[in-house]
Every structure is written in C-alpha cells, then in structure tokens.
Ligand binder design. Structure first.
Ligand SMILES: C[S@@+](CC[C@H](N)C(=O)[O-])C[C@H]1O[C@@H](n2cnc3c(N)ncnc32)[C@H](O)[C@@H]1O
Length: 370
C-alpha cells in the first residue's frame, strides 16, 4: 500500500490562508470554506497526515483534473461503448481480483481526466452507465453482497451506491432510505433509470431519519451501508453563496455526533438505536464518508468500537493491496479503515471506508485479578 508521510507543520503551511482570503484566483472556490480548512479550531477536524501534502489540496480545488469512472449498467449492457472505452485506453477496476467482487460489476477507468457525457433521464429507458468517483465502489465491495441477502442503504440519495450494489448481486431485499425529501426524489429517479422493473420490486424506498431505522427494523439486515452525510471535500469547497458556506462550516462541528447516531446510539441514551440495531448478529456494517476529516472518520469508528462489545473491526487491507495501482491510500492507524486520497493521475477520493461485524456474542474482556 502506498503510504504518505508528513507532519503537522508542513500541513499547516500547505493550507495556510488568511481567513476570508481565497487560496486560488478561481471564483468558484469558496474562500470561507478553504480558510476554514486552515484555521483553528476547524483545522483540527482534518487528518494532518492526509492534508499535509499539497497534492490532495491542489486536486480538490481543481475540478479540471478530476477523473470520472464509468460504471456499466448490466441491465442494459453497452457493448459498443465498452469497445470504445478500450480503444480510448480505459481499463477495468478490480475485475475478478477480489474474491467477492462479482464479474457482473464492470467499472472502467482512464488515467486522464476524460469525462463521458452524462446520459439524460428518459422514462421507460434504462441508462447504460453511471459516472462516479471510482473510490465510491470501495464501500460497496467491502459489503461483500451476495444474491438473496437483505441489505440496508441507510443514507442512499442520490443512489450511486445502491446502483453499484445491484451491479454486484441480486439482493433478496434492498432497503434504500433517505431523510431529505428532495434528494429522495433524486434517488427514486436514479433507481428508475438503472434498474429494471422486476428488480425494482425487491427495493423498498423510505424517507426516515436514519437514526430511527434500528427501532423500525431491528436485527433485520445481513448487510448495512452507512454512507454518512459528511463535510464532502469536493462539493463543500465550491459555493457561490457565502451564507450557505457559513452554514456548512457551522454544521461541520455537529457532523461527528450525527454520524455516531446514524451508526449506533443517541449520545445521551447510550443504547443501540440505528444501523447497529438494524443489523442481524453475524452481519456486516460498512461506514463511509467522502472527507479526509479524522473526526468524521477514525474517531467515529473508535467511538463505536469502544462503546459496543458485540461490534468487531474487520481487516480491510486486502482491498487496498488489490487496488493500490489505481488508488493512493493514506494511513488510518486502523486495520478496519481505509482512506483514499486524491493523487496525480489518480484523483479518486477522498473516501474513508470502515468495515465492522456484529458478533453473535459479546466480546470477552480479560480481567486480571490483582
Ligand atoms: C453522502 S450522501 C449519500 C450518497 C449515496 N450513498 C450515494 O452513493 O449516492 C449522504 C446522504 O445522507 C442523507 N442524510 C442526512 N441526514 C440523514 C439522516 N438523519 N437519515 C438518513 N439520511 C440522512 C443526506 O441527505 C444525503 O443524501
């Protein structure tokens, strides 16, 4: 695995910008958001290791160098397009290289920032491909979905990971939940655009606060994906509206609380509530974000592991070694967590993925008698 080394000082230097000043001349980059990255106490929310090098920062604020992967839709397979992608120098990601990566999921990558045009939504016509940040497939693969399983996508809109899950296997039941009603419409449209009617029948879409899902459907799911709301390091830096930017910055401090609550419990009640409760014993839970923030990544997972003795960390390093040619990883200090950081020619991420398992019994603690 490619590892990056750095220190806090170089990180502060790399991000140094006076509050209210824009790091770049670009009018699209939002000065308050970028400044927040570099000024205390907001900067403490970042992973010094990952943000120290100028490379991830420069990539995040330069959309012209972003790459877009092409996930083919197996329900309307584009054979001609696949030939064109080969001719254009695209290559497949992970195909057959992970024991649980289904042959039916085909994702093509280019080493250049080439972007295929987006397809228009047309009622009754299935789209042929979905454009995405290739690192978003990692949480989907970490779930190891198999045919017939019951799966919950707790924070599902706009639906990219739900579509990717259905490229890997045919679940017996897929529950896609989204709290925001506007984004819920977007999710419905995505599913309608990619998934044929017979399969739509095994999908349930709901509009619940994800924090209540465990109580609504306790111990129901074999697999649960919590692709949490986070301080998205791509979109958050771009805003023409300074009020929106100020709101996002203030909201950022509350995100780790919401993330822990979506995974597990109301902070003050300290009892299993959400994703952990919805998962059956023996089931897998995958948590992901698209931020470099340690407070929203490793710290959230440590909180869950420290507070539940039936939740086990699962070693996820196999995925990293399999795709180290295509992705650059930063160390997380955890066996169960991966962090993809944007790099030159591999502008994927940021994407943090952690894999956990709910055991049948509680962890046994060894106590020493003095
Ligand atoms: C990172 S996005 C999910 C992206 C999606 N999984 C995909 O791959 O297309 C997080 C989503 O969580 C939703 N969300 C925020 N708070 C929530 C809550 N309390 N319960 C459920 N969803 C929530 C947001 O509206 C947002 O759509």
């Amino acid at each position: 695995m490619e590892q990056l080394q750095t220190n806090q000082e170089s990180w502060e230097e790399a991000w140094s910008v006076a509050p209210g000043h824009c790091l770049l001349e670009s009018s699209n980059v939002c000065s308050p958001s970028v400044a927040c990255w570099a000024t205390s106490p907001c900067s403490k929310l970042w992973t010094p290791v990952a943000t120290a090098l100028p490379v991830p920062r420069d990539i995040l604020i330069s959309p012209s160098c972003w790459q877009y992967a092409v996930l083919l839709n197996r329900f309307n397979y584009p054979f001609e397009l696949e030939k064109d992608l080969h001719l254009k120098g695209y290559h497949t990601l992970f195909q057959g290289s992970l024991p649980y990566c289904s042959q039916s999921m085909k994702c093509y990558l280019s080493r250049t920032p080439d972007r295929m045009p987006s397809e228009r939504h047309q009622t009754g016509n299935l789209k042929k491909y979905y454009l995405l940040n290739a690192a978003s497939l990692l949480p989907v693969l970490a779930l190891e979905l198999r045919d017939g399983e019951k799966v919950l996508d707790l924070c599902a809109a706009p639906g990219g990971k739900s579509v990717a899950l259905l490229q890997c296997a045919c679940p017996g039941y897929l529950h896609c939940n989204e709290y925001d009603s506007l984004r819920l419409r977007w999710l419905r449209q995505t599913l309608e655009s990619f998934i044929p009617q017979p399969l739509i029948n095994v999908i349930k879409v709901s509009e619940l606060d994800g924090r209540e899902m465990g109580d609504a459907q306790p111990e129901t799911f074999d697999k649960v994906l919590v692709d949490a709301p986070c301080s998205n390091d791509r979109s958050w830096l771009f805003s023409s509206d300074s009020q929106k930017a100020a709101y996002r910055i203030s909201q950022r401090r509350n995100l780790p609380v919401l993330q822990v609550e979506l995974l597990s419990f109301r902070i003050l009640l300290i009892q299993p509530w959400s994703a952990v409760k919805a998962l059956r014993p023996g089931g897998l839970l995958v948590y992901s974000t698209c931020t470099l923030s340690k407070a929203e990544n490793q710290d959230v997972i440590s909180e869950i592991l420290n507070s539940h003795n039936n939740i086990m960390p699962m070693d996820i390093k196999g995925i990293a070694s399999t795709c180290s040619k295509d992705f650059t990883f930063a160390p997380t200090g955890q066996e169960c967590g991966l962090l993809v950081i944007p790099d030159k020619g591999k502008t994927w991420g940021p994407m943090y993925v952690a894999k956990l398992k709910k055991s049948w019994s509680t962890r046994k603690w060894v106590t020493l008698e003095l």
